[in-house]
Design a protein around this ligand. Structure first.
Ligand code: M6R
Length: 614
């Protein structure tokens, strides 16, 4: 969850590292720190609690010189977020500094052993054991830094992306990874390291994604060297990474989340580009062409994901079962990986993840592969761990999502799931031509319809003012809009800290109805689809108990206007595409309520964008 960044070259490292940390702040923001090795061979470490701006302020009057440095923005796992626990951590002699993203599971044993050998620990973190162990092994074995890092990592159980600098090796950064992301950027006589491409891309497009248990030995004036823990050399695979810097800025919006909500029409167009062919009424997904038999032969689909991605997975279930006639299970990756699941060769597992780095989803992918399943990834972050671990997949191509609350990624995921379901259904002859052509034609109209929904932003902002001080919210939906209800509730709770629950509307009377009184706002997705009348009845049940109904209705629906307290009208679309339309007002409602409450919308408390620890 933390963000790491490093630089070695001819320039002053400090501004590059600070800018890099700001780009990575979405990964964690409870403390930050930097280590710089200056020309006098002094290793200066500065750390502060809170955001990168605090660190900048703290370092203002300090020596920030040095052409080699590493920096870190933290999401605390072991040890409270304070200055001492912030990274970088020094070794006992203060000759070595290290940053780390991940969790060292056996840190307590390692710490005990090192303490017995007389080493003094400063922090409560798991991370500090790595740097202390590296120095201990360096001295004990009278070896070089690279070997000491390899040895230390072979003792470590857990996940890591680390970077190490050493006063005795002033021209070297050693970096390594296992289960936490790490990329090396190759410039002109300079190198960058980071948790993802965003802090690097403005300096170089040439990047090497480091694989599990690989160590990068980065020496000034030499080529990048990659070895594994047994010192076998691996040829670096240099990739060209294309990323528009503008996508990493707020572009005039007050928050990334609002920008990303408004980007959705363009994102969906991008996601469909080259895949949906309106002129020929067809859908082409290269993964389906390359792995046709595997996918068409699936006896069962298992969708694995977490959070918002799990909600889009639920929509996938409805799509695959309706149009492909394949049974589908949707499971939280964290549950799947720790129960005795039954997965085999006839199963296709679909892993859905915006970041492509979610630890539980990645581990579930590895497990499913071990058991012989064919694994398909639906991810956003190009080159991230899940797309690299899966057999095939489709990127959603919605551009970097910076706001911690996922918005445009949800739309991209649903769009890919729609395209995959349609293409697979067609290949299996499971869908009628009428349905197939109708859905393709309507899919192409979604961006325009999304734009119409976005025009309601002001109205929704006014509505938000009325509900700013609510303590609870219930969200109800049925069919394809049940996952939308879940997603609406998740958005509200994560950024406004209001307790919110999503339910299938009919399930309400099995318990949650007891919560309804005249103070309970109930958001009902009540668009005109096959379940419309049923939802209207559920709404009447809420009204009878004086719940305050906010209804999402189809344009021109007069009937519900008489029942609900507030209505938000959305353009009508096919039922299976409704999530692409009905989720947007719920994203906006959550956003505006959080803004009214003065919350940090893009970086809500306790959360991080990429959950790389289990
Ligand atoms: O990167 P992923 O899609 O794998 O992330 C999964 C969840 O952590 C993520 O969707 C989370 O729930 C978001 N904060 C929701 O807005």
């Amino acid at each position: 969850m933390c963000g790491i960044v490093g630089y070695i070259g001819k320039r002053n490292a400090y501004p590059i590292l600070i800018k890099g940390l700001k780009r990575l702040e979405y990964r964690g923001y409870d403390s930050a720190g930097i280590a710089l090795l200056n020309s006098k061979n002094e290793l200066n470490v500065y750390k502060t609690k809170g955001k990168v701006s605090n660190l900048e302020h703290f370092a203002k009057d300090k020596d920030c010189n040095g052409t080699i440095g590493i920096a870190h923005t933290r999401w605390a796992t072991h040890g409270e977020p304070n200055q001492i626990n912030a990274h970088p951590h020094y070794s006992e002699s203060k000759n070595i500094a290290l940053i780390h993203n991940g969790i060292i599971e056996n840190y307590a044993d390692l710490k005990e052993n090192l303490t017995r050998k007389g080493i003094h620990f400063q922090s409560n973190t798991d991370t500090e054991v790595i740097v202390q162990l590296i120095e201990y092994l360096l001295q004990k074995n009278d070896t070089d830094l690279l070997t000491a890092v390899q040895l230390a990592l072979s003792h470590v159980v857990g996940a890591y992306a680390i970077a190490v600098i050493d006063r005795n090796n002033p021209d070297v950064i050693v970096a390594a990874r296992k289960s936490s992301p790490l990329v090396v950027g190759i410039g002109d006589d300079e190198f960058f390291i980071a948790s993802d491409a965003s802090p690097i891309v403005e300096y170089t497009k040439k990047m090497v994604f480091i694989d599990n248990e690989e160590v990068a030995y980065i020496k000034r004036g030499e080529e990048l060297k990659i070895v594994n823990l047994n010192n076998v050399e691996i040829k670096p695979e240099i990739e060209e990474v294309m990323l528009d810097i503008g996508q990493l800025e707020k572009g005039g919006y007050e928050h990334f989340m609002l920008k990303e909500i408004f980007e959705q029409p363009a994102c969906i167009e991008n996601c469909m580009k080259g895949r949906v062919n309106i002129a020929h009424d067809s859908i082409k997904l290269s993964a389906l062409i390359d792995f046709h038999d595997k996918l068409v032969g699936a006896k069962r689909i298992i969708i694995l994901a977490c959070g918002t991605s799990w909600h889009s997975g639920m929509i996938g279930k409805y799509l695959f079962e309706t149009y492909c006639k394949i049974p589908v299970e949707v499971e939280y990756a964290s549950e799947f990986r720790y129960r005795s699941n039954v997965v085999g060769e006839n199963d296709v597992v679909i892993a859905v993840s915006q970041s492509g780095e979610t630890a539980d989803t990645l581990a579930a992918v590895e497990l499913a592969k071990e058991k012989g399943a064919f694994v398909y990834g639906i991810c956003n972050s190009v080159g991230s761990s899940i797309p690299r671990a899966t057999h095939t997949g489709s990127y959603i191509h919605v551009g970097p999502e910076i706001g911690v609350a996922s918005t445009k990624a949800f739309s991209g995921q649903v769009t890919v799931l729609v395209m995959l379901a349609l293409a697979l259904a067609k290949s299996k002859n499971a869908i009628s031509d009428k349905d197939y052509f109708e859905i393709i034609a309507e899919l192409a109209k979604i961006p325009e319809k999304m734009k119409k929904v976005l025009q309601m932003n002001e109205k929704i902002a006014d509505l938000a003012k009325i509900f700013t001080y609510a303590h609870n919210f219930i969200y109800l939906g049925r069919g394809y809009c049940f996952p939308v209800a879940l997603e609406g509730a998740l958005k509200l709770k994560e950024i406004s800290y209001i307790h919110a629950e999503g339910y299938p509307a009919a399930e309400m009377k099995h318990g949650p109805i007891a919560l309804i009184d005249d103070e309970m706002p109930v958001v009902v997705i009540a668009t005109q689809n096959a379940l419309y009348e049923k939802v209207v009845s559920n709404m009447q049940e809420v009204k009878a108990r004086k719940g305050r109904i906010i209804a999402l209705i189809s344009e021109g629906d007069e009937k519900i206007k008489d029942i609900a307290n507030f209505c938000i009208e959305v353009p009508q679309t096919l039922e299976c595409l409704e999530p692409l339309i009905t989720t947007i007002p719920l994203q906006l409602l959550a956003y505006h309520i959080a803004v009214c409450k003065g919350k940090n919308v893009d970086q809500p408390r306790n959360l991080a964008k990429s959950v790389t620890v289990e």
